[in-house]
Design a protein around this ligand. Structure first.
Ligand SMILES: [Zn+2]
Length: 137
């Protein structure tokens, strides 16, 4: 571990706690400086753990991207994102065509304004991914 990094962490922690430890000269403050260096070590240990996790995650994502490129080609992602945005816009337009009525039906049910089926109607369910499979209402 870079000693100056350890020192920077210790000083930053001390500063954050409004400690004057690193601003005081002389060996009388060594005990406090060592205490803050210990806190720095603990902080660095957590940081190192997190960095290791992120490295593993980066490696995993790199592997997945390689697999993606092998399966679909280098240029597939931009085209797929454009299609996804168009599909999401179409989904939003269809959902907007089948809003629930503001007032409850006499039977106590809220109905779709467009198709008069109990809300959420099957069209909304299909677009909300809640079980509907076709228009049907
Ligand atoms: Zn409907």
């Amino acid at each position: 571990m870079a000693e100056d990094l350890r020192q920077r962490y210790a000083e930053a922690l001390a500063d954050a706690a409004n400690s004057q430890t690193f601003k005081k000269p002389g060996p009388a403050w060594d005990g406090f400086r060592n205490m803050w260096l210990g806190y720095a070590d603990a902080t660095l240990a957590v940081r190192d753990e997190e960095l290791e996790r992120l490295r593993a995650e980066g490696k995993r994502l790199g592997y997945e991207l390689e697999q993606w490129h092998a399966a679909y080609g280098e240029k597939a992602l931009p085209g797929m994102l454009a299609r996804l945005r168009k599909a999401e816009a179409a989904n939003a337009r269809t959902r907007a065509l089948h809003p629930s009525a503001e007032e409850a039906h006499a039977a106590g049910q809220v109905l779709c304004v467009e198709c008069a089926q109990p809300a959420p109607c099957r069209t909304r369910q299909a677009h909300d991914d809640t079980g509907g499979t076709d228009h049907g209402g």
